[in-house]
Ligand binder design. Structure first.
Ligand code: HEC
Ligand code: HEC
Length: 326
């Protein structure tokens, strides 16, 4: 396995206590991006939060834990272009695509992240965060990130650190995907409105995307996909994309559809069951499972190693319930 090559000051700021075995050494040139969020094309009118034309809100079926932050997300694709969604495991986004993710605590906006495709090359993506002013009138580009924003414990990664996670899949986008939008999680609304899907996607979402298993198994597999699979996956991106983990002999937590055309098959076929059971997961024994131990920890060895300082108690309970019943 290739070890990390750089572990810069910015990464130390992001996650002072955690594991440095994560690459974070690529930053696109964020100067191509506007200084102000209001200039990025998200809102027609920022004060009234009126979205610009062709900007659509969406919600992934399975959430990424960010220490309890509330999030909203939007996507934009230039007129006349579409997202190529023919391969459910690897959507391809046209040049000019923009995605935003806003983080707030108790109704106060802290940061809005922007990920945009700037050119035809695989790596031609730029990512940065915009930090909200206390009066919420505007958010400003922050290529070096920030810590403890607006008096909260929330930290904002520097632009180079974005790709520690976003390089984890060849298409760079992590949560606007078939699994996150085509699967309707239990008791949830569809994550993308049908008129938005019709405008954005080259092909309709398959009618029957399903995660296998009981309700607890589906939730557990979805949780691991959303929270862990950007690093632990076997998509083959590997070193080519600057990923630290060797995809061939590591854990995989991704829900991939390539196993079958329109469904994931059985739980036994999922990467999680194939690669983690009997290793970091001990059937029926959450207390003996390394996965539970590392997820229950903050500081050295914690999982995930980045972007969280608080244990996701709900996530740990879910893992315990699932592993206990295996
Ligand atoms: C710890 C891993 C991690 C880091 C670091 C990270 N992201 Fe993400 N990001 C994710 C995951 C996982 C998703 C999908 C789930 C979601 O939407 O919450 C995501 C979603 C997004 C989205 C919505 C589009 C998408 O890919 O699904 C944007 C925009 C985004 N991130 C921007 C950024 C920017 C800008 C940075 C750096 C300032 C950054 N991210 C750093 C993991 C990360
Ligand atoms: C930002 C990338 C990243 C994310 C996200 C991430 N991990 Fe890891 N994980 C790593 C790295 C790097 C290692 C160390 C690999 C090594 O040294 O062999 C690791 C190691 C592990 C190990 C120990 C493997 C072993 O064989 O001992 C477990 C278990 C694990 N991760 C589980 C998880 C779980 C569960 C999640 C999600 C809740 C997660 N990880 C999210 C990068 C990540």
């Amino acid at each position: 396995m290739r070890k990390f090559s750089h572990f810069g000051l910015a990464a130390a700021l992001l996650c002072p206590a955690c594991d440095p075995r994560v690459c974070a050494d690529r930053a696109g040139d964020t100067r191509v991006l506007p200084d102000r969020l209001s200039e990025t094309g998200l809102f027609d009118n920022l004060a009234e939060e009126r979205l610009a034309p062709r900007v659509h809100a969406y919600t992934p079926a399975f959430a990424l834990w960010s220490d309890g932050a509330d999030k909203r997300r939007w996507v934009y694709v230039p007129e006349g272009k579409r997202i190529d969604d023919r391969n459910p495991d690897d959507w391809r986004f046209p040049v000019g695509t923009k995605l935003w993710k806003e983080f707030s605590h108790d109704g106060v906006r802290l940061e809005t992240r922007l990920l945009t495709r700037t050119g035809a090359g695989e790596a031609d993506w730029v990512a940065t965060a915009y930090l909200w002013r206390a009066d919420q009138s505007e958010a400003l580009r922050a290529p070096y990130g920030a810590i403890d924003v607006l008096g909260t414990a929330h930290n904002v990664p520097a632009s180079g650190e974005c790709f520690a996670c976003h390089d984890g899949r060849p298409g760079k986008v992590l949560g606007f995907s078939a699994i996150q939008l085509g699967v309707v999680a239990d008791d949830a609304e569809p994550g993308l409105a049908s008129d938005a899907a019709a405008e954005l996607l080259s092909d309709p979402l398959p009618a029957s995307l399903e995660v296998p298993g009981t309700r607890t198994e589906r939730e557990a597999l979805g949780y691991l996909h959303a929270n862990c699979s950007h690093c632990h996956n076997q998509s083959g991106a590997g070193e080519a994309a600057g990923k630290c983990l060797d995809p061939n002999d590591q854990l995989g937590f991704a829900l991939d559809f390539s196993l079958q055309t329109d469904a994931l098959g059985s739980t036994a076929q999922t990467a999680t069951y194939r690669t983690a059971l009997g290793k970091v997961i001990v059937r029926g024994a959450p207390d003996d499972s390394k996965l539970v131990e590392l997820m229950s920890r903050r500081g050295s060895g914690q999982m995930p190693p980045l972007a969280t300082e608080e244990v996701d108690q709900h996530g740990v309970q879910l893992m315990r319930a699932w592993i206990g019943a295996l």
